[in-house]
Write a protein that binds this ligand. Structure first.
Ligand code: THU
Length: 136
């Protein structure tokens, strides 16, 4: 067997399942808008996150950034894909702050936004966030 690194096949349904489960843990008493995210690394590991709101509002962390910081704290930055699950229709793509956070590690990240009704939208991060901040 070769040690060559090959792109992995993304099991979108597994990511949707993980993001949907994480969404159940969302702390969103202020907006009532629960979000779950599932981030896939190159060896198939999935890191999940949910939004965690705060009564100061400004301290709220989004599901995607929650998943990214969990993965980075575990030593992983090789992100291949992310799924975001909400109950919005059409399914909601990542917000600007999350795009900026994701692009730090994977400008060609594949993104799937899904909702509880089964609607899905695919994006590539470079398409929806083409001109990221590139300093310092
Ligand atoms: N939210 C996310 O978790 N991810 C996004 O990409 C956009 C917004 C959360 C933040 C807040 O708790 C709620 O959704 C409403 O904005």
């Amino acid at each position: 067997m070769s040690n060559e690194i090959r792109p992995i096949t993304v099991d979108w349904n597994a990511l949707v399942t993980a993001a949907t489960a994480a969404r159940e843990n969302a702390w969103a008493p202020f907006s009532k808008f629960k979000v779950g995210a599932a981030l896939l690394t190159s060896d198939g590991t999935i890191y999940s996150g949910c939004n965690v709101e705060n009564r100061t509002f400004g301290l709220t962390i989004c599901a995607e950034r929650n998943a990214v910081t969990t993965a980075v704290a575990d030593g992983r930055r090789d992100f291949v894909a992310v799924v975001v699950v909400t109950d919005a229709s059409p399914p909601a793509p990542p917000c600007g702050m999350c795009r900026e956070t994701l692009v730090e590690f994977a400008s060609e990240l594949e993104i799937l936004s899904a909702n509880l009704e089964g609607e899905r939208r695919h994006y590539r991060l470079s398409e929806i966030f083409p001109e990221p901040f590139d300093g310092p």
